[in-house]
Design a protein around this ligand. Structure first.
Ligand SMILES: Cc1ncc(COP(=O)(O)O)c(C=O)c1O
Length: 404
């Protein structure tokens, strides 16, 4: 059987493929779901008389904040509707903490500030933290959130941990959905450690469910229950709901994080794009319609996840395991041997681009060289099938050392 895999890989090499599976992007048919936004008629005034064409409403128009509050289960008073990027809001919060600090203790005055980083995680989170000179402490994800024993040990071992960043639903890339209990335990352990430690929940995939995605209590409700709202921030966006780079981003936070973000944004930006906010409000109207819209996304995406899994299942189990996400944009493959870089290099030779090995770990280094992030959504099914066949062959050739 291995010999026939090597043969199959050779013929795939000859096909001169050019397929990019690196980033989790919506496909064009997903983008088509929101085409109405391109021509939706708008009035210059909101129903409460705000002129969307002018400056004003730095926290967003009321109707957009209301949508954000519905999604994040937060009070409107503590919810901001911003521009199109939640990553930008995360960076603004980190920068505000660096400059001003949540309880008047700026991170810039701390010699060696550190962050808890669940791994595998999102490369751009690691970039932001690195740029601010923050040391990243990896804590593994275990399927339903963080490994709490390692989290406890990490907290015991280190001073000056100033925050924890996480993607609590359909985590990028592992697909973890943190259990309520896991989140409550994280809150307890970390808030006992310090009331200055910021919980940054990047809920990028909050509503990006496939069928059978389990329920999860909102982060806001859990933070309230745990008494840690002051140090909690939750973000989400419409980047993979309507248009990438053309949606809306939302932030909700308790008094501490809310005032930090408000302060730094007060210097950075006079007001968000209210025209786009009203456009989205007119398009969706309420959360119910947003959820219906997401079901249309799921109908397009789910067959691609099923196809990918069906090919991954043909790889002998001894070679590795793969995640079975109930939403989000990624499948992770974990090789048994330390061969992730080799597999990705082989795929590249065959014209299939996969997120670089290590990208899902701080500083781009996966200590086991085993985690591979697959992003099946952007390409069409025919290309996806080819790409995953290349991947499956490459894993087996690298594992069994078939020397192609
Ligand atoms: C975990 C996570 N956060 C944030 C983003 C980017 O979100 P936005 O477009 O709202 O900045 C992504 C996009 O891939 C993501 O995976």
């Amino acid at each position: 059987m291995p010999e026939s895999i090597a043969q199959q890989f050779k013929s795939l090499l000859e096909e001169n493929l050019s397929i990019d599976l690196t980033r989790g992007k919506p496909s064009s048919s997903q983008l088509d779901l929101s085409n109405e936004l391109l021509s939706i008629p708008l009035q210059p005034l909101t129903e409460d008389g705000v002129d969307i064409r002018n400056y004003g409403e730095p926290l967003g128009i009321h109707q957009a904040r209301e949508l954000g509050a519905e999604l994040l289960d937060s009070p409107i008073t503590h919810t901001i509707a911003a521009e199109q990027s939640s990553l930008l809001l995360s960076y603004q919060l980190l920068l505000a903490s660096h400059l001003f600090g949540i309880n008047g203790r700026p991170w810039k005055d701390i010699e060696n500030p550190k962050f808890i980083c669940p791994t595998p995680g999102f490369d751009r989170h690691f970039n932001m933290l690195d740029e601010l000179g923050i040391e990243m402490l990896s804590v593994p994800l275990v399927g339903n959130g963080l490994d709490l024993d390692i989290l406890s040990a990490t907290l015991a071992e280190h001073d000056d941990i100033v925050g924890l960043i996480s993607v609590p639903r359909h985590s990028n890339p592992s697909g973890d959905i943190y259990s309520d209990k896991n989140i409550l335990n994280i809150f307890e352990l970390c808030s006992e450690y310090s009331e200055d430690l910021i919980f940054l929940f990047d809920n990028a995939y909050l509503i990006h469910d496939l069928t059978n995605a389990p329920n999860q209590t909102s982060i806001w409700a859990l933070a309230e229950q745990a008494g840690v709202l002051n140090q909690t921030a939750v973000l989400t966006s419409f980047s993979k709901v309507t248009f990438g780079g053309g949606g809306l981003a939302f932030f909700a936070g308790g008094d501490g994080t809310f005032s930090l973000l408000k302060k730094i944004r007060g210097s950075m930006i006079i007001c968000p794009d209210k025209v786009n906010q009203l456009r989205h409000v007119a398009f969706f109207k309420n959360k119910e319609n947003i959820i219906l819209h997401m079901q249309k996304h799921a109908a397009i995406i789910e067959p691609k996840f099923v196809l990918t899994s069906s090919i991954l299942r043909t790889i002998p189990e001894e070679c590795g395991t793969f995640s079975n996400p109930t939403g989000g944009y990624f499948i992770t493959y974990k090789t048994t041997k330390p061969i992730a870089s080799k597999v990705i290099e082989m795929c590249k030779r065959a014209g299939v681009l996969i997120t670089p090995a290590g990208a899902t770990f701080p500083h781009g280094v996966d200590p086991q060289d085993s985690i591979i992030r697959l992003a099946p959504t952007f390409v069409e099914a025919i290309e996806l099938q080819k790409a995953i066949e290349v991947f499956a062959a490459a894993v087996q050739i690298a594992h069994f050392n078939l020397g192609t």
